[in-house]
Ligand binder design. Structure first.
Ligand code: C2E
Ligand code: CA
Ligand code: CA
Ligand code: CA
Length: 274
């Protein structure tokens, strides 16, 4: 965050080696992208590890740039956050994700990533209410994914998140284990799920400590009566081990990469949007 604070209106973002304008140009590009509907959501399945049934999907933002093709979020979300545009883009993401989920099987959830800026500069409670009201999605089918950066200002986050949780919307702590004060968050915030960071899963075969951390966190989740999802499962060995330690849910290339929903649901989405 240090670099983001460097001067208002001065966007220092630059991706070395990429033919992508930085700073104000990028902000203007993002505004244009929003107006021209160049953003799209891709969905990655989250499965029940015991029977591999689909519990829901995580919405992952993509930018279909007219010249540069599909751009991944790590490239442009920092600028969207610095410029505050993430509030508007985030509102679109929430509405689109809720609308898409209305066409899925009953009970399947949609998980939406929320940026810190949406929490502190926007009115995320109002955005969530608006998205649920305009689409009719039952609140229990929506889950917000929050990283620790979202929660840096804990007092402020606490009230807002309690309000959202009271609507019946789920709250997942994303990238669990990569921050510094995760236990404080678990104790203070109305979280309903832990997402085990991909790093631990990708090293579990070779690193005994990764296995110990995963097993302990799954146990902790059980004791706190939280659901738990392992991220980044790419092979059968990882799946078998996670099943063995009682992990409920998982996500990763083994089950499916993020893709446009019309590629896995040819008709329902069209029926819904028609
Ligand atoms: P994240 O929330 O931790 O999302 C998971 C990332 O891991 C995604 O990258 C996904 O494509 C990738 N992934 C999933 N399974 C596997 C796997 O098996 N192996 C590997 N190597 N990677 C896997 P993606 O889509 O590039 O998103 C990157 C980050 O951008 C996300 O991390 C999230 O922090 C942010 N992001 C994505 N969409 C949104 C959004 O709509 N709003 C906000 N605020 N942030 C978003
Ligand atoms: Ca996430
Ligand atoms: Ca994650
Ligand atoms: Ca991440």
């Amino acid at each position: 965050y240090a670099s983001k604070a460097a001067g208002r209106g001065q966007f220092t973002f630059f991706e070395p080696g990429m033919d992508m304008p930085g700073g104000d140009t990028m902000k203007a590009e993002l505004l244009r992208a929003l107006a021209h509907k160049e953003f799209e959501l891709h969905y990655q399945p989250i499965v029940n590890l015991s029977d591999v049934s689909v519990l829901g999907y995580e919405a992952l933002l993509r930018w279909r740039h007219p010249e540069q093709g599909l751009i991944l979020p790590d490239t442009f979300i920092p600028t969207a956050e610095d410029s505050g545009l993430i509030v508007e883009i985030g509102q679109w993401i929430l509405e689109q994700a809720c609308q898409d989920a209305c066409g899925w099987e009953d009970g399947q959830k949609v998980a939406v990533n929320i940026s810190a800026v949406q929490l502190h500069r926007g009115d995320i409670g109002a955005s969530v209410r608006q998205a649920l009201a305009s689409t009719g999605l039952p609140p229990s089918r929506l889950e917000l994914e929050l990283t620790e950066s979202v929660l840096l200002n804990r007092q402020e986050a606490e009230a807002t998140l309690a309000d959202i949780r009271n609507l019946g919307v789920g709250l997942a702590l994303d990238d669990f284990g990569t921050g510094f004060s995760t236990f404080t968050y678990l104790a203070e915030l109305p979280v309903t799920r832990i997402k085990l960071d991909r790093h631990f899963v990708s090293t579990l075969e070779t690193n005994e400590r990764s296995r110990a951390i995963l097993a302990s966190t799954i146990n902790l989740a059980r004791n706190l009566q939280l659901e738990v999802t392992a991220e980044g499962i790419e092979n059968m060995t990882q799946l078998a081990w996670l099943r063995g330690v009682g992990c409920d849910a998982g996500q990763g290339y083994l089950f499916g990469k993020p893709q446009r929903q019309d590629l896995f649901f040819p008709s329902p989405s069209r029926l819904v949007s028609a």
